[in-house]
Each structure stands twice: as structure tokens, then as C-alpha cells.
Design a protein around this ligand. Sequence first.
Ligand code: 5RP
Length: 247
Amino acid sequence: MKKFWSGLGKSKLRREKVVWREEARKRAALEAVKHVQDGFIVGLGSGSTAAYVIQEIGEKIRLEGLRISGVPTSHQAMMLAVHCGVPLTTLNEHPQLDLAIDGADQIDRDLNLIKGGGGALTREKIVASAANLFVIVADETKTVEKLGTNHTIPIEVLPFALPTVMVKLRELKGKPVLREGGGKVGPSVTDNGNFVVDVDFGPVDDVKELDLQLKLIPGVIETGLFVGMADVVYLGKPDGFEKLVRK
Ligand code: 5RP
């Protein structure tokens, strides 16, 4: 009987954590959207926190009549933007963007990131690199001392190269696992037709060096390490938000 009640207590705590995290993510997103100005071309990130950003941009367009166009980083972002009435454009028309706003899986004190939980890392990195200002939205549970602590690093891999890339990742002391698809049998396939490998390197001392090593492997399309890219991070907290700016 005692166990039964303590189990209930735990699930209530878990529920409360989920609720505050959602509220915190939303707060961070609303704050980040204040960077959006009339006429801006904005990179639209992927994931649940970036979804709040897209919804809020749609509201701004609807209520304030702002002229904004978005470059989506994934099929998910594209469909949501259409649903929210955010006009879309491409890097062909706008190779340089005013702003990009996206989520993150882990954030260190130098604002280096792990991204790619949703498998959109390659387009996310390209769009971020095209933006004059790259803003991250997340809740405070995403911050860590060292990237890779209790978290894998996603890597997008050309399917043809997968077996060789797996060997090379093990040579770099990583533990790679091919990401399985949800709702389908076999591997997860990115919007670019590639595979995602999640690699456990443990806490990483030098993220720039690791990123370089990974990019040297033939068949690695992109890594989920975003080093020195984020300019501003809005971290949602249980009772507010914190703004971090890259030094
Ligand atoms: C997708 C991403 C996401 O931005 C990242 O996984 C964070 O997602 P969420 O806001 O749902 O926690 O990089 O590839």
C-alpha cells in the first residue's frame, strides 16, 4: 500500500515538471520573438520549443500586420508555418537571413549547443549560419557544464557511408547507435534522405576539436555540435526567464 501511494506522488511530481517546462519554453519563445521586426526574413527552427516561436510569429503577422517571411529548417517547421499563416521563402531568394530562432538539446556556458534531437540538424545549422543573429529558446534543464554529459551527439550520415562511419566513430572513442524510425521499421530518415547516428562520447572537453574530427570523416554530412554559433539564449525558468549573451 505504501509503495502504491509513493508511486502516485512521483507521477504527480513528473506531471508538474512537464507543466512548468512547457510554460518555461513558451516564455522563452515569446521573449525571443521580440527580436522579430517588420520586413525580417527569419529562419524557423524545429522541435517543440521552436513551434511556440512559429505560432507567435503567426500571431504577430495576424494581429500587427508585420511583413515577415520564414525559411523552415524541417518539414515539421514548414507545415506549422503554413498552418500559422507565416509566408515561406528559401535560401535561394534570401541566402542571408536577419534572424534565426531555434531550440536546443544541450547548452554549455559558452553557448555551444547540441542539436538534432528531431533529426533536423543539417538544415538547422545551415539556416543558423545564414542568420545575422542566431537565438536559442529552451528551458533551463537544457544547460550543462560540458556538452555530452548524459546526452548523445546526433550526426547525419550518408546511408552509403554508414558502416565505415560507424568504425571511424568507434576509433574516436564514441559509442554510436543508428537512430531507429518512429512509426516505421528500420532507421530514421532525415528530410535530406540520410541516416542519423547518435554517438555517446561522454562529457566533451573540447567541442570544437571533436566537431572538426567528426567533419573529417567522409560520409558525415553534419554534426549536432553547434560551436560558437548561438548569439543569444533565452532560458525559460519556473518563474521567469534568463537571457544569456555570447561573449
Ligand atoms: C531538432 C532540434 C530541436 O531544436 C531540439 O531537439 C530541441 O527540441 P525541443 O524544443 O522539442 O526540446 O535540434 O533537430
